[in-house]
Design a protein around this ligand. Structure first.
Ligand code: PEP
Ligand code: MG
Length: 575
């Protein structure tokens, strides 16, 4: 019988294949008393299980395929770190000894205790690391039971497309996907910012998370359709639905091929305006996709990802190598590197746990200015890499003139220190600021007078204008890029920057939404930066747009206050 389950689509496209179920990760945990004379053997059994898991993870680490996204290795390192932490590898031994219980029960007690601590954390990024703790604990539990960790089907079994159906998947398991070429994977657990979702996007296969009961309801080998764009799976579809999706899949594939042919076509409107389409990246490994998509530059390199999922901070040389790799990969095309935007949902230490409202707290440039040494380390690494192409430095979350001045002073200090060492760098490196706090957007002069370019972070700008926490799904329906206040603010930013002859781009998600391309063009935007996967679609829309036609409708949209009318006008603009 055919049925449908809805979840959160985290990577678009359509996959049709046979379900391959990954065994349920939750194991029954038995509890029994261990006589005093056997406690030493019980703790030794626990140590052996931890060592087995360590070897498994190290083996996985060694088998990361060349060319796999860099975060794969980082995920395994994170799991090794969790495993090595005394809270998981030592405390259960003490529980075995004090409670005279079996190793499984001791591990369960300690894991439950840890998870309770995670539940009390308000920060969504940190809360999602709870999943990593569960995955590591379950690996140890499996090792105690004599079962190995997740083992994929034999390599080379690619005569049919497999859709992996799991209750949950650890990022370490996902590493193996590259070798096994699954068509798609779907999971019961996970959020849009979970590691699994991040990896899915970089694998570029359809993926859905948060399906809740898929692992229970789907049977091995059943035909399953995954519509990653709509976040829906259809199990055992009837022939009519299957034929419909096969057609859509072919159309999607053809469309992708067709769009690929646009790679080297300049993004020019029908009335001859040249539009810059750049790519957003998180790690150096993303450059290949950016080049393939036809990006004429990197508009946003979110460097803070180099700082996550690790116990230490990346040093100057490590950062320099990462930045150099991006510069060289782009072969002289412009690369905009953002100084780290840590804090809020991307934490490297415990400070956010104490912050009552991390999104309004010590984040991005605010954090950088409280840690000048760490900031200068990054600036030096960037300057050193500026020799390898055309770099621009971008500073996030600026709000007042003093922050800009302090950041520029620290940049000067970094330059002086390199001068003293005789190290070369681009002396005319442009410095820009992100416009993502309403105060900076309204009083834009404080940025245009001091900086060489601007980039609008619409993700945060909308969050702060509408007072909607972008990580909170209970208010996600109120997050509205078409709100009149957002449109007015964007129009003000573009008009003011254009008058001041300061280049301005948008690097928030709005830039990659094809429904908003003509609106942004009509408001005066000429530079867009987005995830590589969206770039061909946006280019196609630009190629089919006459700027002069967009102006009268966008002008009217700026005067409208009624949401239904605004949507009607947007439809007209896109017709
Ligand atoms: C934004 O806020 O729009 C932006 C591009 O930055 P981030 O999403 O990294 O906060
Ligand atoms: Mg932002």
């Amino acid at each position: 019988m055919s049925f449908t389950i809805h979840g959160i689509g985290v990577s678009g496209g359509i996959a049709i294949g046979h379900a391959h179920l990954v065994s349920h990760t939750k194991l029954e945990v038995s509890h029994y008393d261990v006589p005093a004379a056997q406690l030493a053997e019980e703790t030794a059994r626990f140590d052996r299980a931890v060592n087995t898991v360590r070897s498994e993870l190290e083996e996985l680490r060694g088998s990361v395929p060349a060319g796999a996204p860099a975060e794969f290795g980082a995920f395994i390192d994170l799991h090794l770190m969790i495993l090595g932490d005394t809270t998981l590898s030592v405390v259960p031994r003490a529980i075995i000894e004090s409670e005279h219980c079996n190793a499984e029960w001791a591990l369960k007690i300690q894991t439950d205790e840890l998870l309770q601590q995670f539940d009390a954390i308000e920060d969504s990024y940190l809360r999602e690391r709870r999943t990593d703790v569960i995955q590591v604990a379950q690996r140890v539990m499996k090792a105690l039971s004599g079962q190995p960790g997740y083992v994929p089907p034999p390599a080379g079994d690619s005569d049919r497309d497999l859709v992996l159906v799991a209750h949950d998947l650890s990022p370490a398991d996902v590493v193996l996907f590259k070798q096994h070429q699954f068509a798609s994977f779907v999971t019961d657990l996970g959020g849009a910012t979970s590691h699994t979702a991040i990896v899915a996007r970089s694998l570029n296969i359809p993926c859905i998370v948060a399906l809740h009961h898929a692992r229970l309801l789907v049977r091995e080998n059943e035909i399953i359709i995954v519509d990653g764009s709509q976040g829906v799976i259809i199990i055992d579809p009837d022939p009519r639905v299957l034929a419909e999706y096969q057609l859509r899949q072919r159309e999607f594939g053809l469309e992708r091929q067709k769009l690929k042919r646009l790679r080297d076509t300049p993004a020019r409107t029908l009335d001859g305006a040249d539009i810059e389409l750049h790519a957003n990246i998180e790690l150096p490994g993303d450059v290949a996709l950016a080049v393939e998509s036809g990006a004429t530059g990197i508009g946003l390199f979110r460097t803070e990802f180099l700082f996550l999922n690790r116990p230490d901070l990346p040093g100057e040389d490590e950062q320099f190598e990462a930045y150099r790799k991006v510069m060289e990969g782009m072969g002289g095309k412009p690369v905009t590197i953002r100084t780290y935007d840590l804090g809020a949902d991307k934490q490297i230490d415990d400070t956010a746990r104490l912050a009552p409202n991390p999104a309004l707290g010590l984040r991005a440039i605010r954090l950088c200015l409280t840690e000048p040494k760490r900031f200068i380390t990054q600036l030096r690494a960037m300057l050193r890499a500026s020799n390898y192409g055309k770099m621009k430095i971008l500073i996030p979350m600026l709000m007042n003139a003093s922050e800009v001045d302090q950041a520029l002073q620290l940049l000067d200090q970094a330059k002086l220190s390199l001068d003293a060492e005789g190290v070369a760098y681009d002396r005319n490196i442009p410095v820009g600021g992100m416009v993502e706090i309403p105060a900076a957007a309204l009083a834009l002069g404080l940025l245009t007078k001091r900086l060489d370019f601007l980039s609008v972070g619409t993700n945060d700008l909308i969050q702060y204008v509408l007072a909607i926490d972008r990580t909170d799904d209970t208010v996600a329906h109120l997050y509205d890029p078409l709100h009149p206040a957002v449109l007015m603010l964007l129009s003000h930013i573009f008009t003011t920057a254009n008058k001041a002859r300061i280049p301005v781009s948008v690097c928030g998600e709005m830039a990659g939404d094809v429904a908003l391309t003509r609106l942004l063009l009509g408001l005066g935007l000429r530079q867009f930066s987005m995830h590589s996967a969206h770039l061909p679609d946006i280019k196609q829309r630009v190629l089919k747009t006459t700027l002069a036609d967009t102006l009268p409708i966008t002008k009217k949209m700026l005067r409208a206050t009624d949401s239904a009318k605004l949507h009607g006008m947007l439809d007209k603009l896109n017709a």
